[in-house]
Write a protein that binds this ligand. Sequence first.
Ligand SMILES: NC(=O)c1ccc[n+]([C@@H]2O[C@H](COP(=O)([O-])OP(=O)(O)OC[C@H]3O[C@@H](n4cnc5c(N)ncnc54)[C@H](O)[C@@H]3O)[C@@H](O)[C@H]2O)c1
Length: 257
Amino acid sequence: MISLNGAPLLQGKVAVVTGAGQGMGKEIALALAKAGAILAIADNNADTLSGTADEIAALGGKVEAFVWDVADPAAAVEVAEKVSRSLGDCAILVNNAGIHRRGLTGSPEHLDTWKSVMSVNLDGIMYGVTAFLEQLKRTKGCIVNLASIQSYAAAPNDTTAYTTSKGGVLMLTKALAVELARYEIRVNAVAPGFIDTPQTAASRSNPDRVAFVMSHTPMKRAGRAYEIAGPVVFLASPLASFVNGAVLPVDGGFLAL
Ligand SMILES: NC(=O)c1ccc[n+]([C@@H]2O[C@H](COP(=O)([O-])OP(=O)(O)OC[C@H]3O[C@@H](n4cnc5c(N)ncnc54)[C@H](O)[C@@H]3O)[C@@H](O)[C@H]2O)c1
């Protein structure tokens, strides 16, 4: 149990985590549950999602799973209504779902890649925020977005769409932090470095890619998915009550170099 002064840090808060079927989203959902939150977990992969739900239930946590493609704005509205009805109003929205696609600008399929990456990584956040906004106003809740080290710098791996989308997540986080402060809603992000999740499986087996990332990572290793969870729990908690518009690097020092 993650607690403060003997009480669970997020006792009874309803937390929504997108992309919770695997990787960082799963670890974030588990950590929020350990901090006492009630979990609404979402993913477009029903199989992995039910695995995460089982693990949270095994911890004794209250959880409900929602199959939700974040790129679908109507689905966001439906899920938000269901969450409020069955668990209560959302107090913590973690916009974690994201896709990483390579594609060389000018290649025949690149515009399709561009559109799909933008629709999940950037539009998906705005659809979720819009759908849950009235609930977040009522709870004076908070939003945590998943940005990236690629919010700050491009990488030599043909990921124009991904890099641009994560740059957008950084500025969307700041813009929302400024705009939603009037409702006492805080908006922050974490910027993970190179993390050992299914999303980086191909990169981790590419020696050139690993050499490039390690040459720029003072801690000389990939992060583990659970190492993102603590920073997200912190940003979502009363410990961060005056933290707004921050993008917290969780990257082994990548952005310091
Ligand atoms: N792994 C890294 O090194 C790294 C670094 C920086 C940022 N990030 C970002 O962190 C977040 C989590 O990354 P990860 O490595 O855990 O990824 P992952 O690919 O391992 O997991 C992503 C999860 O999101 C789900 N998802 C994908 N598209 C979806 C959609 N349209 N609707 C709902 N769910 C969807 C997937 O099914 C999967 O369960 C992403 O936003 C990613 O871009 C990852």
